[in-house]
Design a protein around this ligand. Structure first.
Ligand code: PMP
Length: 407
């Protein structure tokens, strides 16, 4: 396989080259958001310096340039997830917005009183609350797939929950809190056997795993640009054409219409039907540079580097007295979640920060999952392609020191 030149990669990320509390920054909060390479920052700057214009309507040159750049990102995304067509790629504000879109529109049309929606114990709040709201509104029922001690979904329990009442299953591809990669392909096939639709929350998989929506045969796939080296404020909803065409619009406004009269409004074709108003043009355009960054490195090489980092971190930290990993599935993205005996996760995080090491602490927007493990939260180190073994050794050293403290 391809070998990555890490020092070359790191040079592309200006933010990494700084001292934090007098120590070189080791940024291990990538599951929350990744840093941005210079190509993405340059694309933003270049857009505002040269091309800024509203899209899809102007008669002038800048408008057509901006429109072309915007639609180029949609085309790149079509290839990135192997969607059958670019029209099935809808721009949103993020994964949260994508899921809310599906809950509001698919939910309105297809989820009726007595129907069931299945999610899992390891969902992010953004893949729980919209379904709770929908079920409450439509008198439908929310069913929950349990999680094992190792942080894996109980597939037998899932099979038992599925029935002809199930209208939708919404499950995370890779858990932000544990790193677990779920067997979504198998789960999608099982859902389809019951006539249910399947939404994959790909917020934590899109940057790390190969995603082929046709091979998965998922009905919806959602993700966020900012977790994959792209800008904040941009998300994607992939949906199957027949579904998107049959669903009512999300928001009303400009761009999503074909013709408006006071008697009746007709709606635009997909994807525009779901993109009311002026979108986040600059960030969508810069997102394309992030996709190129990932494509140039290759997902295989990225995954290899990240797995090496995760294994090294897990093995070295497992030797620390009081270190308790949370989520020990064999198939994981590069997330190391843990607690240290008798210590508050937040305190551990603050002490790591004093050594220039950035981690996240708390419930990671997965409170039901934390309840399942009987804990309030974890310390989470999540690695990206630009992280190094040296950084992990520093992390291990600091953690060893922290775990020895008595409080
Ligand atoms: N799902 C998962 C698994 C996530 O990790 C996140 C982000 N932490 C989200 C959904 C929500 O993504 P966003 O905040 O970008 O809308």
């Amino acid at each position: 396989g391809k070998k990555l030149d890490l020092s070359l990669i790191r040079k592309k990320f200006p933010v990494l080259d700084q001292l934090v509390n007098g120590k070189p920054l080791a940024y291990f909060d990538n599951a929350a958001t990744t840093q941005k390479p210079i190509q993405v920052i340059d694309a933003l700057k270049s857009y505002y310096e040269n091309d800024n214009s509203n899209i899809h309507r102007g008669a002038h040159t800048l408008a057509s340039r901006a429109t072309e750049l915007f639609e180029n990102t949609r085309n790149s995304l079509k290839s990135f997830i192997n969607a059958p067509s670019a029209e099935e790629v809808i721009f949103t504000k993020g994964t949260t917005d994508s899921i809310n879109l599906v809950a509001a529109t698919f939910g309105k049309k297809y989820i009726k009183a007595g129907d069931e929606v299945i999610i899992s114990t390891m969902e992010h709040h953004s893949n729980i609350v919209p379904w709770q709201m929908l079920c409450e509104e439509n008198n439908a029922h929310l069913k929950i797939i349990p999680v094992s001690d190792s942080g894996e979904l109980d597939l037998q329990a899932y099979k038992n929950l599925l029935s002809d009442k199930t209208k939708l299953v919404a499950v995370v591809h890779a858990s932000n809190a544990l790193g677990t990669i779920n067997p979504v392909k198998t789960m999608i096939d099982l859902a389809h056997e019951q006539g249910a639709r399947f939404l994959v929350d790909g917020a934590q998989s899109a940057a790390h795993l190969d995603v082929d929506v046709q091979e998965l045969d998922c009905d919806f796939f959602t993700f966020s640009a900012h977790k994959m080296y792209g800008p904040t404020g941009v998300g994607v909803l992939y949906g199957k054409r027949e579904l998107l065409e049959s669903m009512p619009p999300y928001q009303g406004g400009g761009e999503m219409i074909r013709e408006v009269t006071f008697a009746k409004t007709t709606y635009n074709d997909i994807p525009y039907k779901f993109e009311a108003g002026t979108p986040n043009i600059a960030d969508v355009i810069a997102f394309n540079a992030a996709l190129s960054f990932i494509n140039e490195l290759g997902k295989d090489a990225i995954r290899k580097q990240e797995t090496k980092l995760l294994n090294h971190a897990f093995e070295s930290c497992s030797a620390i007295k009081g270190f308790i990993p949370v989520g020990t599935a064999s198939d994981k993205v590069s997330v190391l979640s843990f607690t240290i005996n008798h210590m508050h996760a937040f305190d551990v995080g603050m002490m790591l920060d004093a050594s220039g090491i950035a981690v996240r602490t708390g419930h990671h927007c997965t409170q039901p999952l934390m309840n399942r493990f009987g804990i309030e939260g974890t310390v989470r180190a999540s690695f990206a392609v630009y992280n190094t073994i040296e950084e992990i050794d520093r992390f291990h050293e600091s953690l060893t020191r922290i775990a020895k403290r008595k409080n």
